[in-house]
Design a protein around this ligand. Sequence first.
Ligand SMILES: Cc1ncc(COP(=O)(O)O)c(C=O)c1O
Length: 397
Amino acid sequence: MTGNQTNSSLIASETAHEIGVYPKRGIALVRGSGSHVWDADGKEYIDFTSGIGIAILGHAHPRIVEAVGRQANTLITCNESFANDERARLLERLAKLWNQATRSSGRIFLCNSGTEAIEAAMKLARAKTGRKGFVAAMNAFHGRSTGSLSLTFKPKYRERFEPLIGPVTRVRYNDIEGLRTAVNSDTAAVFLEVIQGEGGIRPATQEYIQAAREICTSAGALLIIDEIQTGCGRTGRFFAFEYYGISPDAVTLAKGLGGGVPIGALIASEDVCAFKPLEHGSTFGGNPLACAAANAMLDVMEKENVLQMAAQNGSWLMERLNALKARHASITEIRGMGLMLAIELKSESKPVLQAAQLRGLLVLAAGDLVVRLLPPLNTPREDFEQALQTLDEVLPA
Ligand SMILES: Cc1ncc(COP(=O)(O)O)c(C=O)c1O
């Protein structure tokens, strides 16, 4: 317990004042360390949500805590009209990661969230091509601000806010011919996730992403890969598109980039960077505090071989989940890549989330039938074992 605050008092307090868009899960989290979190009543959980993929190195990683503390004491804010040491270092490193993945030079726009990275990408595509149209996939999720919401699939998220930005053509995911038909001389950009995250952890096929590259190139449209959930090592490579043997024109990042601290980024190939000065911007974008956190996250990733760890833990966990599938007829499929994994069920996943939470394991949904696992990439084996045991206990037979 924190003072006299409990799960129920904190939930009551938030529910009384919050605008009403976030259904609660019945607990209040007040502390975290590594892959564990504690609620306000003192109960401990293994956290396989990472705050929806954010705490990519676990909670309160000492390097990130140290970097944020040091930077808070040094310089928290510095608008981008002035250069800054932490920002310069981060830009250089992101440009290098882009270069290693694509063998081309890239330029970066820093912002504070995923949706802002998508907004920047949509504007960039229009600025570069002079065209208006976008193509996005069914079941895609790209965010909830007006531009990114136009690309997001779920009608119930969009309908009350239309007209949004358009025209947007929606295509079936993994359908090459559908994509070929949709992309034309009015298409500014095609937006794709290489694994649909909120859409149920659905990986794209190699052929689809390669065809998307070829279709965009021949139509003069940009191919923009949304790596807000798949990026920053979640799948075992820094960018998940690296598994597909293509180079997109731009990529969006957020979630794990700051190791828990809000930061987003658009990285675009030099030859599509068509913004003129002040055509885009953000007051908080590139602030030294978030940049220091992102630099610390990248330091740990490099020094502690986190990408390799994620890939190895991911294939090990996938195998163990498949063993679980053999024992539970309720599981229809295990899928995903690295540490972005899904257990698809015949029945609703919500009761499984609740039962797991009662037994001290936090997992996510991704659509009605999917239990989604996004553990920190450096989760220790004993926590994976414990989580598997809990899942075994709570999954229907
Ligand atoms: C693939 C993808 N794109 C965009 C977003 C939006 O990011 P944010 O919630 O930071 O705006 C998300 C968030 O879940 C996402 O998973």
